[in-house]
Design a protein around this ligand. Structure first.
Ligand code: UDP
Length: 302
């Protein structure tokens, strides 16, 4: 019997490993390509080798992606460097990983007859939005190298879709959270920080007055959108991928409970962010199911 072969670049990371779980549950054989800079072997150690094969590959350096991509049904291109401040300190590294890496993936994908290629883009392309919720056609406002490089990756994905009739989709992720969330780094995202602060019995660090809002989407909702989009007829499309609900940092802190500490505002950050998700809801008949309260409570239990 022919099985479904899926490639995930960055498959050992937080989102990639959750996507691996979802795909395996749905009968896919998964090939993970990861350079293990932020990805971890332990994120995938619960899988059988017959279902998930893991290779240490750096997509920005590798000239040999073709042999992994051969015969693939789907390619999920999630590999890339995240975080804003490090991208300002070392933009070249971000350009090489996120732009050149994406180009290498596209060049290899072009040579094989895939059913769909999904790119993990970022809502950071909207910068400081003038109005909320943000729609896909709203103004692009690139504030730092991270946003620039993720957006350039997306531009390449869409240009290749046009030029070579590739079945490409770009998902602009809002604030994704869930199990295996990366919370080790200095610049890790708010829910990851709160989790490690709680574990270490430290007060929760709230930036500014904590009234700023974000659109938090649970990784289970995100991976369910991936599953639906690969089955849909749509190609060459960009979709916002968020919950469509805004939550303040103070509300997040309240769900966590415990002591709080207010710390100085971070320059360049948007005050508010919220996705308009009507396009994806309509096209692929998807909707987010995990509320922020339930999602965080689940994380705290794990
Ligand atoms: N934030 C916070 N405490 C932290 C980390 C972040 O209050 O320990 C705030 C941050 O200032 C921002 C929001 O939480 O307003 C979301 O930050 P994150 O880095 O998670 O995502 P992004 O700013 O990229 O949307």
């Amino acid at each position: 019997m022919k099985f479904t072969k899926s490639i995930i670049t960055g498959g050992a990371g937080f989102i990639g490993s959750n996507l691996t779980d979802t795909l395996v549950k749905n009968g896919h054989k998964v090939i993970v390509l990861d350079n293990f800079v932020s990805g971890k072997k332990s994120n995938l150690s619960h899988h059988k080798k017959s279902n998930v094969k893991v290779f240490k590959i750096d997509i920005s350096k590798s000239k040999s992606l073709d042999k992994y991509f051969k015969g693939a049904d789907y390619i999920f291109h999630l590999a890339g460097l995240a975080e804003i401040i490090p991208s300002i300190k070392d933009p070249k590294k971000y350009f090489i990983n996120n732009v050149l890496g994406s180009l290498n993936v596209l060049e290899a994908a072009k040579k094989t007859k895939i059913k769909k290629l999904i790119y993990a883009a970022s809502s950071s392309c909207y910068g400081n939005p003038k109005k909320l919720p943000i729609s896909e056609n709203d103004e692009i406002d690139l504030q730092h190298p991270y946003a620039v490089t993720k957006f350039m990756g997306e531009e390449l994905i869409m240009r290749y879709a046009n030029l070579f009739k590739m079945p490409n989709i770009s998902f602009r992720f809002f604030n994704v959270y869930g199990p295996r969330f990366n919370n080790s780094g200095q610049y890790s995202a708010v829910i990851g920080n709160f989790l490690s602060q709680r574990r270490n019995k430290k007060p929760l660090t709230i930036v500014g007055d904590g009234k700023q809002t974000r659109d938090f989407i649970h990784v289970d909702d995100l991976t369910s959108a991936f599953l639906k989009v690969i089955k849909s007829k749509y190609v060459n499309k960009i979709y916002n991928l968020g919950s469509g609900k805004k939550t303040s940092i103070n509300t997040i802190a309240k769900i966590f409970g415990g002591k709080k500490k207010f710390i100085p505002i971070r320059p360049g950050e948007p005050k508010n962010s919220l996705a308009n998700i009507s396009k994806i809801k309509k096209d692929i008949n998807w909707k987010p199911k995990v509320s922020i309260k339930v999602g965080i409570k689940k994380l705290l239990k794990d």
